[in-house]
Write a protein that binds this ligand. Structure first.
Ligand SMILES: [Fe+2]
Ligand SMILES: [Fe+2]
Length: 297
């Protein structure tokens, strides 16, 4: 281990202390009975995937707000799918390890966080009268084997792909006054607790890379690139446009061509791209996928 590598137990202890001081219970800390604001967006207007497109120009305010709601429901549905996989990964990580170590204790603490988050997201979907979105058939099936396949560095790359992009975008927008107060409250809780998850994942990834072989590093690169493509396609799920009363194919086409949406993706991914590049985890033939996703310049 190089002298600059953070000690595993020390990192976990710091994160456990932070969890003890600052954690939320969405059942209590969110006012689920507060009325929704009729004129407020569910995703900041400029982050709606069609913002600024010809389709957007043709929509009235009510339909724009409805689309923002469908995009929120889609995003948190992806969030639940991802967190359900992450919880399994974390539990598998603990299985062979020493249950008296802080490292294992923090993994358990993170499972507890994600349990509350997924419950909170489910409750949010219900509260806004949404219907959850299911992943496309292939990804739904792949999600069932991912907890077995992602080990070592690839586990943490997948985790960071799932956590960092949304974290950056939620951080930027949670104080937006034009956003539904309920959505703001959910984001505030999520952003606070996710910061620890990102630190845990990054620190363990750096440690594992020091003793990883070529093949598992290449696999981690592949997982990151696939994650980028998955994120980009999930954000423009055709079903969300359909439910908002739009032509799903044309809407997806306009979203992918939309410079505002491309900028949002690039900006959201900037932080994780910087980190993965520093760790030499973006490179080789799979860079092509990164570029196609629009998450990399
Ligand atoms: Fe979460
Ligand atoms: Fe998380």
């Amino acid at each position: 281990m190089s002298p600059s590598t953070p000690n595993r137990e020390a990192t976990a202890q710091r994160l456990l202390t932070s969890s003890a001081k600052l954690s939320y219970d969405p059942e209590i800390d969110i006012d689920w009975d507060a009325p929704l604001a009729e004129d407020k967006f569910y995703v900041p207007e400029h982050l709606v995937t069609l913002y600024g497109t010809p389709m957007w120009a043709a929509m009235d305010q009510r339909q724009r707000i409805e689309l923002s709601k469908q995009e929120l429901v889609n995003t948190v549905s992806v969030g639940i799918w991802f967190e359900t996989i992450l919880m399994q990964l974390l539990l598998r990580l603990t299985y062979h390890r020493d249950p008296t170590s802080r490292h294992v204790h923090y993994a358990f603490a993170e499972v507890a966080d994600e349990c509350r988050h997924s419950t909170m997201f489910g409750r949010l979907i219900e509260r806004v009268d949404g219907r959850p979105y299911r992943q496309p058939f292939v990804w739904h099936r792949i999600g069932q084997v991912l907890p077995l396949v992602l080990t070592g560095p690839s586990m943490w790359v997948a985790t960071l792909m799932g956590e960092e992009v949304f974290d950056v975008l939620q951080r930027d927008t949670m104080r937006d006054e034009r956003l539904q107060p309920l959505v703001q409250a959910v984001m505030r809780i999520h952003v606070t607790e996710e910061a620890r998850h990102v630190r845990y994942a990054r620190a363990d990834l750096v440690r594992r890379l020091e003793r990883t072989n070529r093949a598992s590093k290449e696999f981690a690169r592949f997982v990151g690139a696939q994650g980028a493509m998955l994120l980009a396609t999930a954000l423009t799920n055709p079903s969300q446009y359909k439910r908002a009363g739009l032509d799903p194919r044309e809407a997806r086409r306009q979203a992918w061509a939309n410079p505002h949406h491309r900028e949002a993706k690039r900006h959201g991914a900037e932080r994780v791209v910087r980190f993965l590049s520093e760790q030499d985890l973006i490179g080789g033939p799979t860079v092509r996928l990164w570029r196609r996703s629009g998450l990399l310049d």
